[in-house]
Design a binder for this molecule. Sequence first.
Ligand code: SAM
Length: 342
Amino acid sequence: MASMGGLDLATGVGGRIDKNDVLSAVDKYEKYHVCNGGKEEERKANYADMVNKYYDLVTSFYEYGWGESFHFAPRWRGESLQASIKRHEHFLALQLGLKPEQKVLDVGCGIGGPSREIAQFSYTSVTGLNNNEYQISRGKELNRIAGVGQTCDFVKADFMSMPFPDNTFDAVYAIESTCHAPDPVGCYKEIYRVLKPGQCFAGYEWCMTDTFDPNNKDHQKIKAEIELGNGLPDIRFTSQCLEALKQSGFEVIWEKDLALDSYVPWYLPLDKTHFSLSNFRTTATGRLITKYMVMALEKMGVAPKGSGRVQEVLEKSADGLVAGGKHGIFTPMYFFLARKPY
Ligand SMILES: C[S@@+](CC[C@H](N)C(=O)[O-])C[C@H]1O[C@@H](n2cnc3c(N)ncnc32)[C@H](O)[C@@H]1O
């Protein structure tokens, strides 16, 4: 795994946004959200702009703090964060029953951490679909470094309208990405269309659990913080995702909130009360050091103006995620395995 330094983080803030426009982009991004008077309809109508702004702004922070895979994982006692992340990816390959030479689609692939891992683990070819140009350029560079150019590639497109013919892929998976869809049925129907009949789609969805009470002010605040901190239009209930899969034509083989069985809580790496040397950068102390480093680099003109504001958005995100996990009202790992019938 190629490891990112503080200078890479600073110069990467803003992604494809002109460095002089980063501050106004953060402003515009924040205004989409409830905490700043934004409305759900506007977030859904402008989802592509909102999500792309978000990932342009945060990708270098993600890569610096979390690595090449941008997702959470259930964790066993004694297991490192990085090992749990890889195991969570292998679990998808296992559930999909991947066989060598198969053509697999990774929907909303980030910078390709999972697609490189799954292609190498299962001897398949994985196409990463992503609407964010900056992440694709980072992903291509990381593919080159890892030497996986023969088996991994990227396509820049919106998962609401994919540039592939019907019945193209032997398997499809989505890791913590389709939560960005303005309409889950529209997104799942596209996945259904490009998947071969009889083949499977597996995913990890970000969801509110049945414990979430839409009338509870604290719960509402936590949900809004998670949406703001993660570029989300509206987090759906697990039951809504399940229903959307069925409405799209899928036969659901099994589904489960994997957070319920995680020995180590998935949110622990972000919890302020937790300290770990092995994932130091995600801890409260690590994040504080990153904050001061980014502030200094912003003052020196190395990081674009607005970088500190991006870090604040991510801090809110961490607070919301930890609170959502502790209250049991939110999960980032609602797993499902679904088949497209013949
Ligand atoms: C939390 S990241 C997860 C990335 C990746 N699955 C991983 O685990 O590393 C969500 C990803 O979904 C992508 N995404 C969001 N909306 C999208 C859309 N409409 N079309 C394609 N990709 C999208 C983002 O650009 C980002 O790469």
